[in-house]
Ligand binder design. Structure first.
Ligand code: TEU
Ligand code: CA
Length: 704
């Protein structure tokens, strides 16, 4: 299918081929050095490794030489050879990604001396490097610059809930390591780990005390290193959470900062005297509400000034105007990147720069405070500095959690000519039923409304922007309970349909742990069932003040609470779903774990899990789902979402019946569905048809 042959633009210089082998001799082959290339995008079928699955390789003299020659940070240690073989493994059976050109050669064995061989190799390498420098930039695909993170499928792990290894009822890092084979088999390429740092844990680890230390309950740095090595060995990558809008109040910077007005760390945070009435009453500097109820300002008795906290009182906001803060953050980022993580999911990143002068919100602004809090006047400046000083030096990916950011503002964060972020999470789709502020209610939604969001993304974002697609994360209720139908009869097809949509729409897909099993919301009842501070605060503000009855509040929260996403992963039907050997998991296991769990789904060919594995595999071999154009065929249709993804000559048609009743659907404009590639309903077989008989929640992918 060679839609994008390589003959036009060759971006790699492959310098030298070295005979190489792994420390234990398991892996033998030729190693080549690259320039300006991302391994995930390589077709390295010519590498001819005899064994594709080598463990790490001892850095050899040649590795170091290449490293010097290329100025490359990535060919620095043994783990990279693992990555090269991974590309071989990943792409050896595809022919469509033959983009870069790999020159592989071997010097004649007749030159006797090592020294002369080395000189000759160096000479050839330098010449090729010079040639490579003159070669134009990477070939575009449908106008997009190819990147490994555009082709990736990301899977979010919430460490507290994933797998407990030591029986204390709390998920931990060795627990994640023990499940890496599961993740590899799922087919995801990137793991996003929610915060794993030292934290008093008032907000699920989004309150960091020490950015260079592992949360005690999760393990030690050695455990993290083992996890990372295991991820790389399986040819996946790890991104971590960068939470730098705020720290914990127990972070040493804040402990110093609050200690006196003259402390060198004072300006690390945002302090303000507020207002003092004639009777001495103190009021905050302005009317900003916190995301987690009540004022975003707290008066600190020690110095008698207010500090700003957009989230809980134990999460003071950093003052990004201070160059010292920025330098500290950049150094933390380098620390983790140097360890080998492949980038960051950046928590509430548009909040870094605060509104100039911090004026009161108007009544209108109070309806949607994030919109005013986000994208302050210096945001671009900070992100560019971060990119220039740190990110641009690594082969990494960034995705900013863009609270308060509209679609129209997206391009100002992710346009690749701006050198800021790679992608953001825009919440228009995921939060189509609710918002961060206002009553905790899951509102109505319609399919045309959701389609309009995706359609507008396709229109507004350009070839210089890149999108994400997701409907769930650790802050949301469960995917199938919110957008599908979690009743026993409909749970499986609706969970499959939703993942089909996420994995075939435009943008890098982000899956949340447990969604691949079709895990559902938890039957929360009383306040005591919850863990999340957000609810406890909201209860005080809404119920204890008499604004809403406890019954209504709890009924609404049960459908909306973030704790729905945080109940433990359901691994098998043993006690506590195999999550822990403790009888007291930190948050209760969903009682439906006997029916819904990974072991059961592994054994069932028609399970959500097995379907998603197939779906991810299909996507991995279909660049049209990554770089292809998107067209919504029937935007107004209330029941059917039908769209195409087209890349050159290749066209795919996706048809999804978004509902629990069957639908007979005639494709618009005389279109005929051609070859059926995949359906979430195992018995589905209809091909070459213009009228499709779709069962409830049936979805189909056709090759046209
Ligand atoms: O969330 C930020 C955010 O905007 C949340 O308000 C989110 O939209 C909401 O929780 C959904 O109900 C991030 C993290 O994802 C969240 O877990 C943290 O609590 C928060 O930042 C503070 O770090
Ligand atoms: Ca544990």
């Amino acid at each position: 299918m060679q839609a994008y042959p390589n003959q036009m633009r060759i971006i790699i210089a492959a310098m030298c081929a070295w005979d190489t082998h792994s420390a234990d001799g398991d892996l033998r082959g030729k190693m080549i050095a690259f320039r300006d290339v991302e391994f995930g995008e390589l077709n390295v079928s010519k590498l001819r490794f005899r064994s594709g699955e080598g463990p790490s390789v001892k850095p050899s003299a040649s590795t170091h030489l290449k490293n010097r020659l290329l100025g490359s940070r990535t060919v620095r240690d043994g783990s990279k050879l693992g990555a090269i073989t991974s590309s071989a493994a990943r792409f050896s059976d595809t022919d469509h990604s033959w983009r870069p050109f790999v020159i592989l050669f071997r010097l004649p064995g007749t030159i006797p001396s090592m020294f002369w061989r080395m000189i000759l190799r160096t000479f050839v390498a330098s010449t090729l490097l010079l040639v490579a420098t003159a070669v134009p930039a990477q070939q575009l695909i449908n106008g997009y610059e190819p990147k490994w993170w555009k082709e990736a499928v990301v899977y979010q792990v919430y460490p507290r809930s994933f797998k407990d290894s030591n029986g204390d009822g709390i998920g931990d890092i060795p627990g994640i390591t023990s499940k890496l084979d599961y993740l590899q088999k799922l087919g995801v390429n990137v793991i996003w780990l929610s915060p794993h740092f030292d934290s008093p844990n008032v907000d699920g680890g989004y309150d960091i005390r020490d950015y260079r230390k592992i949360m005690t309950e999760f393990g030690e740095m050695a455990d993290f290193n083992t996890l990372l090595a295991g991820i790389k060995q399986r040819h996946m990558r790890l991104i971590i959470d960068l939470v730098v809008n705020h720290t914990s109040d127990e972070n040493k910077w804040f402990v110093e900062s609050r200690s006196s007005k003259t402390n060198p760390y004072r300006d690390f945070y945002i302090w303000h005297p507020g207002h003092t009435a004639s009777d001495g009453t103190r009021t905050p500097p302005n009317n900003y509400p916190s995301y987690f109820s009540e004022s975003a300002w707290t008066l600190d008795p020690k110095t008698n000034e207010y500090y700003l906290h957009y989230f809980t009182v134990k999460q003071p906001d950093l003052n990004w105007e201070s160059p010292k803060v920025r330098e500290e953050v950049f150094s933390i980022m380098r620390f983790w990147l140097d360890k080998g993580v492949s980038g960051f999911r950046m928590d509430v990143i548009p909040l870094l720069s605060k509104p100039a002068g911090l004026p009161d919100l108007t009544a209108e602004q109070l309806k949607d405070p994030p919109n005013t809090y986000a994208n302050g006047p210096h945001l671009a400046e900070y992100l560019r500095e971060m990119n220039h000083d740190v990110l641009s030096k690594y082969d990494d990916m960034t995705v900013g959690e863009a609270t308060g950011t509209t679609l129209a503002q997206t391009n100002s964060l992710v346009d690749d000519r701006r050198h800021e972020l790679n992608m953001i999470f825009n919440f228009d789709a995921a939060m189509v039923r609710h918002s961060d502020f206002g009553p905790p209610q899951l509102g109505p939604w319609s399919l045309p409304q959701l389609k309009a969001i995706y359609d507008s993304h396709a229109t507004v974002l350009t070839k210089h922007d890149w999108d994400t697609v997701f409907l769930s994360n650790h802050d949301s209720p469960r995917l199938v309970s919110t957008f599908g139908d979690d009743s026993p009869a409909m749970r499986v097809p609706s969970a499959k349909l939703l993942e089909t949509m996420i994995l075939t729409l435009r943008g890098t897909p982000f899956l949340y742990e447990g969604d691949e099993l079709g895990m559902t919301n938890y039957p929360f009842k009383g306040l005591a069932d919850y863990n999340d501070i957000a609810i406890k605060n909201a209860y005080k503000e809404d119920v204890e003040s008499g604004k809403v009855s406890a019954t209504i509040f709890l009924a609404d929260e049960a459908k909306l609470t973030r704790d729905n996403a945080r109940t433990p992963m359901q691994w098998d039907s043993s006690s506590e779903a195999g999550f822990t050997t403790s009888t007291h998991p930190w948050l209760a296991v969903n009682p439906n774990y006997k029916q819904i769990n990974a072991a059961q789904e592994e054994a069932d060919p028609a399970s959500v899990l097995n379907y998603i594995r197939t779906l991810i595999k299909l996507r991995a071999h279909t660049l049209a789902f990554v770089y292809g154009d998107y067209q919504d065929l029937d935007p107004q249709n209330e029941k059917i979402y039908a769209y195409t993804r087209t890349l050159g000559e290749e066209k795919y048609l996706v048809v999804e019946n978004f509902g629990s009743s069957p639908v007979t659907y005639t494709l618009p404009n005389g279109l005929k569905a051609a070859t059926l590639l995949l359906s979430d309903i195992p018995s589905s077989h209809q091909a070459n048809a213009s009228t499709l008989m779709l069962t409830p929640w049936e979805c189909r992918i056709y090759k046209q």
